[in-house]
Ligand binder design. Structure first.
Ligand SMILES: Cc1ncc(COP(=O)(O)O)c(C=O)c1O
Length: 457
């Protein structure tokens, strides 16, 4: 069969609230051109994030009912612990309320002034937690990953030569961890190859640097390896996943992505001394080690989701639906990152809006235009999210100006996606009318969540 169908039936539905273009103009102004400040009921298609927005399966909902809410030693924890141990091959499993809580604990212990954390690309919360500890984060993405319009199979790869150079320059003793983000969210949801993970591991081992995986989208990355990397076509997804984790000393995970959970995360590792320190901090910040900021029911939902996400029918539908939207846009000439990533479509705002200078945040301007045109909520991944200021308060731009349309898992159907394509293509036709923005209020860290903007002129 040529048509790839959604591998599920719908049992429970949520209404979409419709509004008009005129209403949306007012809503956006009241939200200071920041999609995070728009009420969800005012959004028609919500592609702000794929995080915590999945539709859970009937098995997961049944697991919610079975959740054991005992404070210590609940059966739900043991189910969760066994699942994550089997998945990662790591013995020490520490539940957290979401991914950034795992990061906060890990970097509070391993970070600090004078330390450097190297990565393909650190996600915004990961970078923020590293910098909050006083350490520095260094992104070493491969050359292909820097060019949205040039296709390559593994644009999330780390630049191996740059990693060697960086270790020499900073000194291995000052690099507590190397972190590979799979897939590379901030770099277009692009996958990392097994070969690259192996090579990074080799350099880490030679220099005694532990390798950690930011594993939010491990199953999507594994499916790309199966599709694109020589020697993996006949391997099962669990086998590929096991190989990925076999190279890692530890991982952080937001279960809000590839575990189909609405909340949750974990830290997993091989090092017993580090695990002990992490658990001690966990007790102060999250909770007792057998629940770590989660209810027993959440631990059940995560355990079940971690199995479901490795089903090939699901992954085939998932990766194909992102590709479907990317293809429609490419055909219409819309500048979009190619090839399609695993969880989102990324518009290249620099090419979409060449008349808006980077100081006027073309990505954020495009986010606003998509909302007004079709009630679609997206997010800027560019200089609003990652830009910094120099000592003269001049913007140091991000490497790429992207707009991410993240597709929640198992939530939208093909006609929703057709509608999204139609809206983006219409906005592209009217792109010359879109105006730049300027900031009126911002926080010192992770400013994109709360920033207030207005039209630049
Ligand atoms: C790659 C990556 N790492 C870490 C996180 C943080 O996870 P959480 O939102 O659960 O704190 C995210 C969330 O989007 C992510 O995409």
């Amino acid at each position: 069969m040529r048509t790839i169908i959604e591998p599920f039936k719908i049992k429970s539905v949520e209404p979409i609230h419709f509004n008009t273009k005129d209403e949306r103009v007012i809503i956006l102004e009241k939200a200071f051109f920041n999609p995070f400040l728009i009420a969800a009921d005012d959004v028609m298609i919500d592609l702000l994030t794929d995080s915590g927005t999945s539709a859970m399966s009937s098995d997961q909902w049944a697991g919610i009912m079975k959740g054991d809410e005992s404070y210590a030693g609940s059966s739900s924890f043991f189910h969760f612990e066994k699942t994550v141990q089997e998945l990662t091959g790591m013995p020490f499993i520490i539940p957290t309320h979401q991914g950034r809580a795992a990061e906060k604990i890990l970097f509070s212990i391993t970070g600090g002034k004078g330390k450097f954390f190297v990565s393909n690309t650190l996600f915004d919360t990961t970078r923020a937690n590293i910098e909050f500890s006083g350490a520095e984060g260094i992104d070493l993405i491969c050359e292909e990953g820097k060019h949205p319009a040039i296709p390559a199979p593994f644009k999330g790869n780390m630049d191996i030569a740059a990693l060697r150079e960086c270790v020499k320059e900073k000194g291995a003793a000052n690099i507590p961890l190397c972190i590979i983000t799979i897939t590379n969210n901030s770099g277009g949801g692009q996958p990392v190859s097994m070969q690259n993970i192996r090579e990074v591991k080799q350099i880490c081992s030679e220099n005694n640097i532990p390798l950690y995986i930011d594993a939010c989208r491990f199953a999507e990355n594994a499916y790309f390896i199966k599709l694109r990397e020589t020697g993996y076509a006949q391997k099962s997804i669990p086998d590929i996943v096991h190989e990925i984790f076999s190279y890692a000393d530890g991982c952080t995970m937001s279960a809000k992505k590839d575990a189909f959970a609405n909340i949750g995360g974990f830290l997993a590792m091989h090092n017993p001394a580090l695990a002990r320190d992490c658990r001690n901090l966990l007790i102060i910040t999250e909770g007792f080690p057998t629940y770590g900021g989660l209810a027993g029911r959440d631990l059940e939902a995560i355990s079940i989701g971690l199995h479901e996400v490795m089903e090939e029918n699901y992954l085939q539908y998932r990766i194909r639906s992102i590709e479907y939207l990317t293809e429609k846009l490419t055909k219409a000439g819309v500048p979009v990152m190619v090839p399609a990533g695993g969880h989102a479509v990324y518009l290249d705002a620099t090419a979409f809006l060449p008349h808006i200078p980077v100081e006027q945040y073309p990505g954020q301007a495009l986010v606003g235009a998509l909302y007004i045109e079709g009630g679609i909520r997206s997010v800027e991944i560019g200089s609003l999210m990652f830009g910094k200021y120099d000592e003269h308060h001049q913007l140091i731009p991000a490497k790429l100006e992207l707009v991410r349309l993240a597709i929640p898992r198992r939530v939208y159907t093909q006609s929703h996606i057709d509608y999204v394509a139609e809206v983006i293509i219409d906005v592209y036709k009217q792109r010359k009318d879109i105006k730049g923005l300027k900031i009126v209020e911002e926080a010192p860290m992770l400013r994109h969540f709360t920033v207030k903007l207005k039209l630049a002129n």
